[in-house]
Every structure is written in C-alpha cells, then in structure tokens.
Design a protein around this ligand. Structure first.
Ligand SMILES: [Zn+2]
Length: 117
C-alpha cells in the first residue's frame, strides 16, 4: 500500500465515523452537530461544527471531505469551499480518489445493496 492510499484509508475511516454522527443527529433531530475532522492525519482529534445540510452537501460527492481549516494536504486535495469554521476539500490525487470512491459509504450500501443498474 502506498502512503497516499494509507492516507485515503484514514480519511475514509473518519468519514465512516461522521456517517454515524450524522445518523444520530438525525435521530435526535438536531440541526447542527460536531463532526470529526476528515483530514489525512490519523492522530487528528479536532472537531468540525457543521449543520446536517452542510454535511450532506459534502457527502453528495464521494471525493469531497470536510476538515478544519489548515488541515488540508495540498499534494492530494484542493479546497473547493470555505465555510469559516470548516473547509471542504476535493481529492485530486489519483490513488487517493480511487480509494475514497471505492470506500464511499453511500455507494457501498451496507452489504445488502442490490446490484447497480
Ligand atoms: Zn484534522
């Protein structure tokens, strides 16, 4: 595994955590919640405050992630939107894009997904 793939796996892991956070936020009907920073640093413990709507707009694409301003890694991603307290980045590095698309929780379908048509 290359370093970039490992970084992508890490970001995908944070994304999975945020999917659970978004689910419980929906369950408890809160509009705004604290997500984990989806940067490439496995030791990052920072939180990103975002509304569910903002979160959904990031999740709409398998290659976009939200993170704390300044946590972006210019060699694998570029900032596509700034929201003050968080930035949205799009993966531009090929191996990273491949990995995060493959691991997209919205497309994986949780195991029981019907075959794509
Ligand atoms: Zn971070």
């Amino acid at each position: 595994m290359t370093t970039n793939e490992r970084r992508a796996l890490n970001e995908a892991l944070f994304r999975d955590v945020n999917e659970r956070i978004a689910e419980s936020a929906e369950l408890f009907d809160v509009e705004r919640t604290e997500f984990v920073c989806e940067c490439a640093d496995p030791n990052c413990t920072e939180r990103v405050s975002a509304s569910l709507e903002e979160y959904e707009s990031v999740r709409a694409k398998p290659t976009t992630f939200l993170l704390v301003p300044g946590h972006e890694a210019p060699d694998i991603e570029r900032v596509v939107a700034t929201h003050g307290h968080f930035h949205v980045v799009e993966k531009v590095q090929a191996a990273v894009r491949r990995t995060v698309v493959r691991l997209d929780p919205r497309r994986r379908g949780g195991g029981a997904a019907p075959s794509e048509t």
